[in-house]
Ligand binder design. Sequence first.
Ligand code: PRP
Length: 214
Amino acid sequence: MENRPLRIALTKGRLEEKAVQLFGDIGYDCDRLINKGRKLVIDIGGLEIVLVKAADVITYVENGACDMGIVGKDTILEYGKSFYEILDLGFGKCRMMVAVKKGTDFYSGYSRKKIATKFVNIAREYYNKKGMDVDIIRIEGSVELAPLLGLADAIVDIVETGVTLKENGLEVIEEVCPLSARLIVNTACMKLRREEVLELTEKIERWVDRPEGR
Ligand code: PRP
């Protein structure tokens, strides 16, 4: 493991552009990342980057196939078990919210409420803490549809600009937690390659704290 450069798993999609900018800004050759074609492991000069789906970032880092990862706090809360979460990167800021069809009173009536979400563990924990017995329904995408079609009383989902809720006649009733991109490290790697990990983390930390960063 020590013979290859540190390998970092980046989340494809929403966090990708900012993560690529980060590595460019701290001095790596990100042209190779931008013009990667179909290549899956990209050497940016001293670091290896792989771009994968959010939940897979966790899997690769937990198993040590990747040393570090950049992933949203939502994915960490939903799927994360054993790794170090070492830095809040300050981008990809959004919130996990409970939303309902505009004008409905979620707490009225005695029937058990149905909650549709992609984040079943986050939703279950939230309602457990409230001491509320609810049915959680797993939905894979476009969760906003569920209350509109009568499948659920509420959704637990990510809200960034609020446009998706607004355009579909939904409104926020509660905040579950704030979210943002985080830097995570494999636990064995943190011991075996501590110097390298901390050196890279310090560079990233300086980037996070740059004047235009926050
Ligand atoms: C997320 C989330 C909302 C939307 C919120 O979905 O599930 O649908 O973004 O963003 P907004 O507040 O800026 O409108 P995403 O685009 O990640 O896709 P998905 O529903 O397919 O998971």
